[in-house]
Write a protein that binds this ligand. Sequence first.
Ligand code: SAM
Length: 245
Amino acid sequence: MDHCPPSTLTSENSPLGSDSMRRLVLPGVELYLGDCRELLATLKADAVITDPPYGIKQDKGMGGGGYDSTGRYKRKPRQYAGGWDDEAPDAELLQMVIASAPVAVLWGGNYLPLERGGKWLVWNKEQVMPTYSDAELAWTNASGISVKLYTLHCNKARIEMGLHPTQKPVQLMAWSMDQAKVGEGATVLDPFMGSGSTAIACLRTGRKFIGVERDPSHFKTAGERIRQELAQGDLFLGQNSELNP
Ligand SMILES: C[S@@+](CC[C@H](N)C(=O)[O-])C[C@H]1O[C@@H](n2cnc3c(N)ncnc32)[C@H](O)[C@@H]1O
């Protein structure tokens, strides 16, 4: 992570085993398109902060719907391709994820086959509809933590959503890093990157990021999102330098 060229998409000098895997390097950010099971042994970070698939099939039959002019109920087509929530990672993969850094935070931990003895972070979504989930839980092995609560209203969180079906708010991922005491300049790994919310949290808080995503369309979304975030940073730097030549 120390010497990142400005922007490259390459399979050279990287732990990539097959041609279907790709690596994108941007300032402070290293992204892999591929299965994290094949990559984890080669990736080292100060913390793993992630949100694996929960395996509760959120991608099946969740389109919602409405009534047409004839009064017939019609399901809305699903907004996203299915398959992304088919399977939670197995216990062996989770062990590899946890072993890849001294400290780990795993959102959806209550759905995952994790070892006993972790602590819990709680996102209170202030949900008023009893049919939706009120809260989400993250498992962590961070020391010195008892249960911690973060409150962010689901509507407020939705403002920046729409890039991934189970997108997490950037603020929530930044808060998770603070709870795990991940220092400024530290490298955070997210092996189930999705649209890159953890990456954006890192860029906004002065941390470095390594991400892995196996779905090419989510990988592309994350890459574009991160480039946009970096470009905004450049814009602000440009403004400052005009003020302070
Ligand atoms: C719950 S989503 C993460 C969403 C993310 N937190 C965000 O805000 O966009 C989990 C992601 O892990 C990816 N994934 C599942 N298994 C994987 C694997 N073995 N290696 C890499 N990515 C995987 C899925 O394609 C999915 O995009």
